[in-house]
Design a protein around this ligand. Sequence first.
Ligand SMILES: [Zn+2]
Ligand SMILES: [Zn+2]
Length: 96
Amino acid sequence: MGSVVEYRCTRCTFTSGQLSVGWGNDGRRGFWGALARCKVCQRLGVVDLNAREPDRGGRRCADCNGLLVLFEGTSAEIQCPRCDAALRHAPLGSWM
Ligand SMILES: [Zn+2]
Ligand SMILES: [Zn+2]
């Protein structure tokens, strides 16, 4: 079962929206969502680890083509893209 999570800032109104991470009934061969953050525009999103990685340069942001940083699981400490306060991770449910 994968989890649906949302990251909310402890200081401002930023939220990441619903993010689906982990893997569902298909196991890791299906969609395998990992949390990722763009180094350039700070966009927080999810990448499918099963999607083929480009040969060169790693995974890129869909918005600005910046390099993405991947996080392990949902326990990583992530800072708010707007104000640099810590984001709090809120479990919203699960997906299969
Ligand atoms: Zn903030
Ligand atoms: Zn970006």
